[in-house]
Design a protein around this ligand. Structure first.
Ligand SMILES: C[S@@+](CC[C@H](N)C(=O)[O-])C[C@H]1O[C@@H](n2cnc3c(N)ncnc32)[C@H](O)[C@@H]1O
Length: 246
């Protein structure tokens, strides 16, 4: 397996973070005239979510940043000098983490510099050390466009892409699995030997097919639910390590 140089900072981050997390609900949100129940529930969750608070404190654009930090703590995805493609990167939490962990902003001057490329349907505000592009991953000419940006294979392909929820569980599951499968095929074309692939999936039946597909190309494939992923969400992450391009 590709040798990883995890820094001490990497491995202690989650322990410290978990210790700081207070999960007890504090803020109550009353239903307001004209506001849908689903919006009230979302607001209540946001206001009482310790990871939302912590993301603000640490300067991360999203609470999702903690999911990638946890995944990295557990599986040592990144090292300084790595190149990363972050699919579905808005508002930018994962890209911020990838920048830190690959040194793409040359924060550590004498160490290897990585490269982070973020793609999203929506515009993303500037992140030092990341190249950010407004693009549809599912567009027919996506690969043509990406080849103009990238003329080499990368160490990590990440996908936190999620289409807007339809409210229909089965349809949402199938839509996200289709995105995830396309991201996997993209990874097969763009990963270096020894590279890693991480993608959001939703529990609901079709994830075994994806696992089986990935197992043919990677040494290790694991489903992982980070602590920072809401327990009432069916979201989890498939982590595929050590790509073998043959
Ligand atoms: C959960 S958010 C990602 C959060 C991000 N990882 C972070 O830490 O800030 C999912 C993103 O996937 C993007 N997305 C969904 N379908 C996409 C597509 N076809 N092409 C590019 N981005 C897509 C959405 O626009 C949305 O911003």
């Amino acid at each position: 397996m590709k040798k990883k140089h995890s820094s001490k900072k990497n491995s202690t981050f989650t322990k410290k973070t978990s210790a700081n997390i207070d999960r007890s609900l504090k803020v109550n949100v009353k239903t307001a005239k004209g506001r849908k129940l689903s919006s009230t529930n979302w607001l209540r969750r946001q206001l009482n979510d310790p990871y939302v608070k912590l993301a603000k404190e640490k300067g991360y654009r999203s609470r999702s940043a903690f999911k990638l930090l946890e995944i990295n703590d557990k599986f040592n995805l990144f090292k300084f000098g790595d190149s990363v493609i972050d699919l579905g990167c808005a508002p930018g939490g994962w890209s911020q983490v990838a920048v830190e962990k690959t040194n793409s902003n040359l924060y550590k001057l004498m160490q290897k510099q990585g490269r982070v490329i973020g793609i999203d349907l929506n515009p993303v505000l500037y992140i030092s050390g990341a190249e950010l592009f407004e693009m549809d991953f599912l567009e027919n000419n996506f690969e043509e466009k990406i080849r103009k940006i990238l003329n080499h294979r990368v160490d990590n392909v990440l996908s936190d892409m999620a289409s807007n929820s339809t409210g229909h569980k089965k349809s949402d599951h199938l839509r996200i699995m289709a995105l995830c499968e396309s991201a996997a095929f993209f990874a097969f074309d763009y990963l270096k030997n020894g590279g890693n692939f991480v993608s959001k999936v939703l529990a609901g039946g079709a994830e075994m097919e994806l696992q089986n597909l990935l197992k043919k190309k990677f040494s290790k494939v694991i489903n992982f639910k980070p602590k920072s992923s809401r327990s009432d969400s069916s979201e989890k992450y498939v982590v595929a390590l050590n790509f073998n391009k043959q």
